[in-house]
Design a protein around this ligand. Structure first.
Ligand code: FDA
Length: 394
């Protein structure tokens, strides 16, 4: 059997690319190292797969070139994917902030992708999926890619790298995409864990005692800010706002948390007028979980009733509560990272087709590429959109 294209990796991007290329009449082979395809889809969104975000746009992605994702994202939109989901009669709901989930199970998304692959036959195409086939070697000879998987050699003139990034190595994730890219002379932007919990040391270590406590906060890193829940853990900080900010955080930089983003300037002085007999601790308990309120009040060190506390001290307390600085000493690493930031340098790829500018017939899509989405369905949307861009070109 000769194939028009071989796709390495049967995850979100690989399966979708195969289906779309197959439906353009192409004969496509997908090689997947795991026993089943789409493993990350199955565990995503707590088993319900946050398959897209209805508001996804270029501003929701990190990349050394922030413009790179624009073309693919505009040509395959969240609405396009939602139309596909609806055409398969998969019930869905918006959880929050534009995040769309299956009502029932992430299995439905994998089943949908496989059924779309099968549909290729209706268009004169074909998609073969071989699981338990780990690709170990790729050679390029006389304009063809020779791919070795499980000791068998496969050949095609087009090769699509869709092997994802190294986040969650326990699930078999590796940096294979980067090795392959480098083999063909493509640069790789240093991969780093993203959407990952941050660890606390030094003075901040005391906050670990709050393990399990969560609050709605504004988390800031430089000019970037997210208003979502933060969660204290036995190692440091997690929760959606922290995972989001972790993608922007760099070693040595602080992050700042506004514990009371709902309050405008001067709220503590107002409280002094309106509730002079209350203490800082009791006032904080009105808005925050008890343990967090106690810790913050103790660290600020105001024990007197608000009515007997100087305005200056209250202004300082308010400022501290609005920009409480933490200096994370690291992240929980690829073992806990939902995605990998960095990856195959977008400068090496056409933003229209995802094809290498240097190496003819070599494409890269999905998480393997230096495009990383926010938490909330954005990463799958990039997988679908980049896969579609490549599928239209191969
Ligand atoms: P993906 O990792 O999906 O697929 C790569 C495939 O290549 C894998 O199947 C792997 O086995 C295979 N492979 C690797 N090396 C190989 C080799 N040498 N030979 C053959 N095959 C090989 N995103 C989102 O938008 N919404 C969400 O709800 C979630 N939830 C979520 C939860 C958790 C726990 C994680 C870890 C991640 C998420 N994500 C997410 C992120 C999302 O899963 C991720 O961005 C996409 O799966 C990326 O799709 P890819 O196809 O690029 O890689």
């Amino acid at each position: 059997m000769t194939y028009d294209a071989i796709i390495l990796g049967g995850g979100a991007a690989g399966l979708f690319c195969a289906a779309r290329a197959g439906q353009r009449g192409k004969r496509v082979l997908v090689l997947e190292r795991a026993a089943k395809p789409g493993k990350k889809i199955l565990i995503s969104g707590g088993g319900r797969c946050n398959f897209t975000n209805i508001g996804a746009g270029p501003a929701n992605y990190l990349s050394a070139n922030p413009h790179f994702a624009k073309s693919a994202l505009s040509r395959y939109t969240p609405r396009d994917f939602l139309d596909l989901v609806e055409s398969h009669e998969i019930a869905w709901h918006e959880k929050t902030l534009g995040q769309l989930f299956c009502d029932d199970s992430a299995k439905q998304i994998v089943a949908m992708l496989l059924s779309e692959c099968e549909k290729a036959a209706e268009f004169g195409g074909q998609v073969d999926l071989l699981c338990d086939h780990e690709v170990t070697d790729v050679a390029y000879e006389d304009g063809a890619y020779l791919v070795t998987a499980n000791g068998t050699l496969f050949g095609a003139h087009t090769l699509v790298i869709a092997t994802g990034g190294p986040s969650i190595p326990k699930m078999g994730a590796t940096g294979f995409a980067y090795d392959l890219a480098r083999q063909f002379g493509l640069k790789v932007v240093e991969p780093r864990p993203a959407l990952v919990p941050l660890t606390l040391g030094g003075e901040d270590v005391l906050f670990r005692d709050l393990s399990g406590v969560a609050a709605q906060v504004d988390a800031h890193c430089g000019k970037t800010q997210f208003r979502e829940a933060a969660l204290f853990t036995h190692r440091g900080l997690s929760g959606p706002s922290i995972l989001q900010i972790s993608s922007y955080w760099q070693h040595g930089r602080p992050i700042a948390i506004n514990f009371l983003p709902q309050h405008g300037e001067g709220w503590l002085l107002n409280a002094k007028n309106e509730q002079p007999r209350s203490t800082l601790k009791s006032r904080l308990k009105e808005d925050l979980p008890d343990r967090l309120a106690t810790t913050l009040a103790e660290r600020i060190g105001i024990e007197t009733e608000l009515g007997n506390t100087p305005d200056k001290a209250l202004r300082q307390a308010e400022a501290r509560l609005a920009r409480w600085e933490f200096c994370p000493n690291g992240t929980e690493g690829f073992a806990k990272a939902e995605v990998t930031a960095g990856g195959i340098d977008t400068a090496e790829l056409s933003s229209k087709t995802m094809e290498s500018r240097k190496q003819p017939g070599l494409y890269a899509i999905g998480e393997a590429v230096d495009v990383t989405g926010w938490l909330g369905g954005y990463n799958f949307q990039w997988a679908w959109a980049s896969a579609e861009a490549a599928a239209q070109a191969i």
